[in-house]
Write a protein that binds this ligand. Structure first.
Ligand code: Z5A
Length: 222
């Protein structure tokens, strides 16, 4: 049986990592083999690009920045995602191509048709994308609780977290990114499901699990 490819998307702090782990655990408990991974990253080479993109003090041209994300993604697809799917595993990726469209396209104003073209060239879309949505202030409060920054972080005493290149971009940037994710969800309703993630962690998990079961398990008997 071919594997299934699920991506979890949204602005920073919506709970992607938390929910990706819970979903992976639930599927494993049900007896499925799961490959849990993230972007940018997933292989040593892609993690090296992640360090350049998040930690480097570079000012890439918009198209170069989108290409770097897709270079990391091609590495990730070829070496991790496609082989896992071929083995029949469930692949859960914490971010994927929609992040490039939302962050570089909507957030940074990079050419969205160029990014759409890269996505088509890569030729591997998820079977299901869960887009978690949260007001920016709630995401900021959650990240502050974890000791990590989102825009306008209060850098009080004891705060050692260093902003990455995206986190430093400010509230207007994150508002555009959030809107970008909402537009993606509206444009591709067969693939994308947008869920409000203001609820408690177990409640959001239940919603995601129900959505996954409905999307994949409903096979009407003929
Ligand atoms: N980026 C890009 O620009 N273009 C691309 O193509 C790609 C990425 C692929 C990667 O950052 C950065 O790269 C990202 C976009 C850019 N930059 N930004 N901003 P990352 O991988 O370091 O981090 P992240 O993906 O943005 O997410 P995050 O910080 O790990 O947040 P999260 O995964 O959405 O949330 P979380 O870690 O699961 O939860 C955050 C906290 O909230 C934590 O303390 C939880 O316990 C808590 N939490 C989670 N859910 C709840 C609920 N439901 N209630 C209360 N508290 C909760």
């Amino acid at each position: 049986m071919p594997g299934r490819f699920i991506t979890i998307e949204g602005i920073e702090g919506v709970g992607k990592t938390t929910q990706a782990r819970l979903l992976a655990r639930a599927l494993e408990r049900a007896g499925s083999a799961v490959c849990l991974t993230r972007e940018p990253g997933g292989t040593p080479e892609a993690e090296a690009l992640r360090t350049l993109l998040l930690r480097g003090s570079f000012d890439w041209s918009p198209r170069a920045e989108a290409l770097l994300h897709f270079a990391a993604r091609a590495e990730h697809v070829d070496r991790v995602i496609a082989p896992a799917l071929a083995r029949g595993e469930w692949v859960i990726s914490d971010r994927y191509s929609d992040s490039t469209m939302a962050y570089q396209g909507y957030g940074q104003g990079s050419d969205r048709s160029f990014i759409g073209g890269l996505r088509r060239l890569l030729a591997l879309d998820p079977d299901l994308t869960i887009i978690l949505d949260l007001p920016l202030e709630v995401a900021r409060t959650r990240l502050a609780g974890r000791g990590l920054p989102l825009f306008e972080r209060a850098e009080g005493p004891g705060s050692t977290a260093e902003k990455d290149r995206y986190e430093a971009l400010g509230q207007d940037f994150f508002a555009r990114v959030r809107e970008g994710f909402r537009e993606i969800a509206t444009a591709e309703p067969e693939r994308c499901l947008m869920l409000d993630s203001t609820g408690a962690i177990p409640a959001v998990h239940e919603q995601i699990l129900a959505a996954v079961l409905e999307h994949f398990m409903v096979a009407p008997a003929q």
